[in-house]
Design a protein. Structure first.
Ligand code: IK2
Length: 422
């Protein structure tokens, strides 16, 4: 019908043609700004010399500059010239995926040896989550997903666009600024058996609050009792403790208990490959045959979306992780980034306490990873931005990666000014 109408309009001359084409997108309203990336846009548009960006979770050095790791520079030097520009297979770089699985599942994982893991290279962590959500919709079409409150805002977009209904589960306890473990366990117990849950493997975004090892064991046990499925989103492996092996503890606990987990990995943060979009989605299967089938379906989902993933970042990752010396350098550099952030947590807390702030600020040093969930209200955040040119998300999340020796005093003073009267 629409086609018929269009061809009639086109035949009837120029005036009609311009009316019909002008009408195509008249109903399109501007999309709301992304709560995280919109902050960066506002920061870039601000001409103030004292402006500070603690919005987006992207690592900066102590001069506030983006960082390219030495191991990445060296890998680029080694691959320069040797790289052709051919397509990767639909599942991406086999070498990169192999190395990536070792990071999540362990160097000597029996699951890897037994070829029980279906895994494909993805467009970073976002792409891994989205591919999983699409897979969930296709092969468990009536299921829903449980998402923690709060979470990285894009999780909601991802499962919404994959048409998977969302439920939430308790996670953060605002009063204690810690984990609401009891309510979380209740929600796990009360969810229908065999539910899908999204879990942050480490360095929870935005709260910086992770379950302890004991708590992870209990969570894993309750998942076993209820037969739930866990998708681990691991966007910060190495950023919590400085050691990628330690940061995989939650996953390893689930694996010891025999769960068939899914895992979304990203090299944006821990290798600083933000714009290269390198990641991996993996799913533990019952046996090799099932893993082959699952992988083929993941590839089938990728094919009409982007066909195959980009090659350059994958080659950087496989070059680094495939070379013992470069891997050692990477581990040192990850620890260096994590340590600088930990140092800035101490400095921010000390500065606030030295200013005589009447509020408790221990949570700044207790929370881990890239973010501090400050407890500031949206109105206080607005004052930080409008009066002090300090940019952060309105949920009060401070990206500690943007805090430096040079701006920590200014930031603490501004936070004190907007919070001191409650
Ligand atoms: N999952 C989580 C929990 C993330 O935090 C991210 C990255 N978020 O970074 C922006 C911010 O919150 O300031 C991702 C997944 C996906 O990251 P990427 O697609 O870049 O690998």
């Amino acid at each position: 019908m629409a086609l018929l109408l269009r061809s009639r309009l086109l035949k009837s001359g120029g005036a009609a043609r311009s009316i019909s084409t002008a009408a195509w997108w008249r109903h399109v309203e501007p999309a709301p700004k992304d709560p995280i990336l919109g902050v960066t846009e506002a920061f870039l548009a601000d001409a103030s010399p004292s402006k500070v960006n603690v919005g987006v979770g992207a690592y900066r050095d102590d001069n506030g500059k983006p960082v390219v790791l030495d191991c990445v520079r060296e890998a680029e030097r080694r691959i320069a010239g040797s790289l052709n520009m051919e397509y990767l297979p639909m599942g991406g770089s086999i070498k990169m995926v192999e190395e990536t699985l070792k990071l999540a599942y362990g160097e000597n994982s029996e699951l890897i040896k037994d070829r029980r893991i279906a895994a494909v290279q993805t467009l970073s962590g976002t792409g891994a989550c989205r591919l999983f959500a699409d897979f969930q919709k296709r092969f468990s079409p009536d299921s829903q997903v449980y998402i923690p409150v709060p979470t990285w805002a894009n999780h909601h977009n991802i499962w919404r666009d994959a048409n998977v209904p969302q439920r939430t589960f308790h996670y953060y306890h605002p009063e204690s600024r810690g984990l609401d473990f009891a309510s979380m366990i209740d929600d796990i117990k009360n969810a229908p058996s065999g539910s899908f849950f999204l879990l942050h493997a480490c360095a929870h975004n935005p709260t910086g609050v992770d379950p302890s090892e004991e708590q992870w064991k209990e969570i894993s046990y309750q998942f076993k009792v209820k037969g739930h499925f866990a998708l681990f989103d691991m966007a910060y492996q190495g950023f919590a403790s400085g050691d990628p092996e330690r940061d995989a503890k939650s996953i390893r606990i689930f694996l010891e208990d025999g769960h068939m987990i899914g895992c979304a990995q990203s090299y944006a943060k821990n290798m600083g490959l933000y714009g290269q979009r390198v990641g991996c989605l993996s799913m533990v299967c019952e046996d090799e045959k099932q893993a082959v089938a699952v992988k083929s379906q993941l590839q089938q989902l990728a094919r009409p979306m982007y066909s195959n993933p980009p090659v350059h970042g994958a080659l950087i990752v496989s070059t680094i992780l495939g070379d013992p010396d470069l891997k050692k350098l990477w581990l040192k550099e990850v620890k260096g980034m994590a340590d600088r952030i930990i140092g800035m947590r101490t400095a921010l807390r000390e500065n606030l306490e030295n200013l005589g702030s009447p509020l408790p600020w221990e949570h700044i040093t207790k929370q881990i990873g890239m973010f501090c969930y400050s407890g500031m209200t949206p109105e206080q955040v607005d004052r930080l931005t409008n009066e002090f040119h300090i940019y952060l998300t309105r949920n009060g999340r401070i990206s500690m990666a943007g805090v430096t020796t040079g701006n920590v005093g200014y930031l603490a003073n501004a936070i004190h000014e907007v919070t001191k009267s409650g």
